[in-house]
Design a protein around this ligand. Structure first.
Ligand SMILES: Cc1cc2nc3c(=O)[nH]c(=O)nc-3n(C[C@H](O)[C@H](O)[C@H](O)COP(=O)(O)O)c2cc1C
Length: 187
């Protein structure tokens, strides 16, 4: 089939859809932002990236505090994901608006969202200005997971965590299992 060539744009969909919490040291307030431009930047040490526009409140908070938490929402939290991605914390307390509860983190001052089954504490290692967004690279300090999303009491089973993806303006969940790592080598 012939291919159409598009002008350069980000084009890498679907993208993970997460809720990033931060703590404003001056205002002593917590904030939440929905982020789709995020990913794994390194395994050893474990470093995750989130890209945020400088106009967002979360950008200035994370820049000043040097820490954040990546919370992975379940599909039932879709409404809250959309709210945290369309309303700024400048006007609204998004924890209150979403009915979220806070759990304390161990290594950072930003809170964990209790309702999200997986929470990843990060300390800011580097900020890279790229254009529309600045990329924050956060080194993972600790990963929290609800017992309900574990398999064999040790690994996180992301099928149970029911994560969401952002697909060019639409929210989707994971369709189903297609194969397991290395399956292509066994013929
Ligand atoms: C699904 C979704 C994904 C988003 N991803 C990003 C992102 O990766 N980076 C960003 O700067 N804004 C992103 N946004 C927009 C922010 O979440 C939104 O502007 C938010 O209200 C900013 O909140 P704050 O001002 O309290 O930080 C996204 C919004 C949605 C709905």
């Amino acid at each position: 089939m012939p291919k159409t060539a598009f002008p350069p744009h980000e084009a890498l969909y679907p993208a993970p859809c997460v809720l990033v919490t931060s703590h404003d040291l001056t205002a002593k307030k917590d904030n939440i932002i929905t982020i789709a431009w995020c990913g794994v930047a390194s395994s050893k040490p474990p470093i995750l990236s989130i890209s945020i526009r400088p106009s967002r409140l979360s950008h200035s908070i994370i820049k000043a505090a040097g820490e954040f938490v990546i919370n992975i929402p379940t599909r039932d939290l879709l409404r809250q994901v959309d709210l945290c991605g369309t309303i700024s914390g400048r006007k609204t307390d998004k924890f209150q608006l979403c009915g979220f509860h806070k759990d304390p983190a161990i290594n950072v001052r930003a809170p964990l969202i209790k309702e999200c089954p997986v929470n990843i504490e990060c300390k800011l290692k580097e900020t890279i200005p790229l254009g529309s967004h600045d990329m924050f690279l956060g080194e993972v300090q600790c990963v929290h997971a609800d017992e309900g999303v574990l398999k064999n009491d040790k690994d996180i089973d992301y099928r149970k965590a029911l994560p969401l993806v952002y697909n060019l303006g639409e929210y989707w969940d994971l369709g189903g299992l297609l194969g397991t790592y290395g399956y292509s080598l066994s013929g």
